[in-house]
Ligand binder design. Structure first.
Ligand code: HEM
Length: 442
């Protein structure tokens, strides 16, 4: 197998001078490592050394799929909403520094947008010598996405309360909340995702440095998902409870997908959506992210036999199929009973309670990262889900569903909501524009 592998990347020595072009070609070349891996796992633990030994400086090679995959910065919507889940994620909330207002915020969004565009194309963070930290020098864009949002408090700090959309009204309290205010909310929110940990950290570092005197980090959370290529074929991700998670998500091919996930423009809308009033025209094409850090009580969960775990969710653990039968993609039959007359998908099963069918059609796009922040003082893992869901209106998506889950979800005894934030995420920037410009400069 080793012999059949494509020639791997060329060596570091000929990557040329610093600067955008040099950096790109260097990344393109060195990224080939994974392409060899894809065809023959040559660069796996056993093959890595051999493949490196075989590198030649003049071999024209292509990047691996993982490294070369690129998300576009410009577009109708920001990247990082419908982009496939990435292996690494950072969520960072910033507060504007004392004295920083609308002007400084606009300058920051301009800087951040320019940097995000460069990094998502696999280029260094800036043009100036020494501006880039070099952390991602050998990698391609690796599906990097950088997504920016504004929290409720941003509008007070920038004197823009008149343009604050109703979707940023505070969430109601839920009985199961154990929220830590220091790790909740924030003026600005940045979601970074990439299929490579160094690429993700590189972006985080660049953006944090650029915030400089304008904004300070309020909280940061780090997450992960399965690495692309780890499974034989593309599959829905699993969470740290071992469940297949994401099956019931709205699909971009659904006729009402855009309507459910993205804020419409006020023109031609029914005026009922919080994003649709003239005060929030700037949000057209945008979305709302509800972010919840949800700790999983894994010691308790793992004590349950698999059949009990499956009844908590209403789906089979191995393949995600509903307990009413079929395969992962078969629709749940919520009325189907077993021979004993009991509902196959129990009354309090998480999938039943959260389904649009039981919530007047309420739906959201869940796009989470798992997290693990070590072992807590009591010996339990500080691990769970950085739950991020996207919708055109949090009061028609997250809120009614969470209200219902709060009242009787079989999953509740095994989870704890520890932090919360809601962010208005503007639409994508057009060429020459920065994210949020339509709010900050009109
Ligand atoms: C750690 C916490 C959570 C875990 C482990 C979890 C896990 C799951 C799993 C395994 C499924 C079934 C597979 C699927 O359709 O994706 C599911 C479905 C779903 N969950 Fe959660 N979930 C959590 C929290 C939440 C929260 C907070 C909400 C919203 C308030 C939510 C909303 C939904 C929805 C809407 C579905 C799809 C239901 C359907 O239409 O089939 N989940 N969840």
């Amino acid at each position: 197998m080793k012999d059949e592998a494509p020639k791997a990347a060329r060596s570091d020595s000929d990557t040329g001078a610093a600067g955008a072009a040099g950096a790109v070609s260097r990344r393109r070349l060195l990224g080939t490592a994974g392409a060899a891996g894809a065809t023959g796992l040559v660069l796996g633990a056993a093959g890595g050394a051999a493949a490196y030994a075989g590198m030649r400086a003049d071999d024209p090679v292509a990047l691996t799929t993982v490294g070369s995959t690129r998300a576009m910065f410009h577009g109708k919507h920001q990247a990082g909403i419908t982009t496939p889940l990435q292996a690494r994620g950072h969520l960072i909330a910033f507060d504007l520094a004392p004295g920083a207002g609308r002007k400084e915020a606009a300058a920051l969004m301009r800087r951040w947008s320019a940097t995000a565009e460069r990094l998502m194309a696999g280029r260094p963070a800036g043009d100036r010598d020494g501006h880039d930290t070099g952390i991602a020098l050998d990698a391609g864009p690796s599906s990097l996405t950088v997504t920016f949002g504004f929290g409720r408090t941003f509008f007070e700090r920038t004197g823009l309360t008149g343009r604050r959309p109703a979707g940023l009204d505070p969430l109601p309290p839920f009985s199961s909340d154990h929220l830590d205010a220091k790790r909740s909310d924030g003026d600005l929110w940045v979601q970074i995702g990439a299929d490579d940990a160094l690429v993700a950290f590189h972006a985080l570092r660049a953006l944090q440095k650029e915030a400089a005197a304008t904004a300070r980090v309020r909280w940061q959370m780090n997450g992960f998902n399965r690495t692309p290529g780890a499974t034989e074929q593309q599959r829905t991700a699993r969470n740290l409870m071992g469940q297949i998670d994401g099956t019931g998500n709205p699909k971009p091919s659904d006729s009402d997908f855009d309507q459910r996930i993205f804020v419409p423009s006020s023109t031609g809308s029914d005026g009922a959506s919080p994003g649709s009033g003239p005060e929030s025209d700037w949000l057209a094409g945008g979305s709302y992210a509800v972010v919840r850090r949800i700790r999983m009580l894994l010691d308790d969960w793992e004590k349950l036999p698999v059949e009990r775990q499956e009844r908590v969710i209403g789906r089979r653990k191995a393949d995600g199929a509903p307990l009413s039968g079929g395969t992962e993609t078969t629709e749940m039959d919520l009325d189907k009973a077993g021979p004993d007359g009991r509902l196959l998908i129990p009354d309090n099963a998480h999938s039943r309670i959260s389904s649009p069918e039981k919530n007047g059609g309420a739906a959201m796009l869940r796009r989470p990262f798992s997290y693990h922040d070590g072992i807590a003082a009591d010996g339990t893992p500080d691990a769970g889900l950085l739950f991020i869901c996207w919708q055109a209106d949090p009061f028609r998506g997250f809120v009614p569903v969470q209200r219902k889950l709060d009242r009787g979800d079989a999953l509740s005894p095994f989870i704890r909501h520890e932090a919360s934030g809601v962010f208005a995420v503007p639409g994508g920037a057009a060429k020459g524009e920065y994210v949020g410009q339509r709010l900050l400069e009109s």
